[in-house]
Write a protein that binds this ligand. Sequence first.
Ligand SMILES: O=C(CO)[C@@H](O)[C@H](O)[C@H](O)[C@H](O)COP(=O)(O)O
Ligand SMILES: [Zn+2]
Length: 197
Amino acid sequence: MNLNQRIERLFQESIATKQRCLPLLAQPIREAAEAMVQSLLGGGKVLACGNGGSAGDAQHFSSEMLNRFERERPGLPAIALTTDTPTLTSISNDYAFAEVFAKQISALGHPGDILLAISTSGNSRNVVRAVEAAEEQQMKVVILSGKGGGKLSSLRREGDIEICVESGSTARIQEVHLLIIHCLCDLIDTQLLGDAD
Ligand SMILES: O=C(CO)[C@@H](O)[C@H](O)[C@H](O)[C@H](O)COP(=O)(O)O
Ligand SMILES: [Zn+2]
């Protein structure tokens, strides 16, 4: 397969994964956006975490909340738990890497807040611990996952929302996760500001 053929295959696989996910994920995406708006209107905030590309996704989401998405509006409270190097290194060094998000959630999380937990495998230990910590803080959890959902799927409690991308490829799952994050931003703005179209 030459390079152009590889590009064509990557585009086709990404498009097919998104099309396959639409009927399966529209409802949980809507439920997640509604839960986030309910939390925000009640004075809550969204904490977001993940590793590698998913750490970038957590920050992408929080920046669109704190600043703006496509429409003019006041900033909305969200924190990516992936950005504070002194905190990340000291928790990893003094306790364990598995605790990097959980310890921040125990300090920052309040009942009614939401955790956006992002993991393509659903098995990253620090994201699993984040969900456990969020549950201790009586926070609702929105799980963005793939590959069948992994351990995160079995942690899900009543009221939590799982958005699991049906794919075994980390890259394809991440591509759908970014689309879902943009759907969440659009749906949050639509609920707060009204329909723009
Ligand atoms: O972006 C990529 C691969 O596309 C990688 O950085 C990937 O995010 C990392 O390997 C993560 O550690 C994978 O973690 P997870 O999605 O299984 O929780
Ligand atoms: Zn990636």
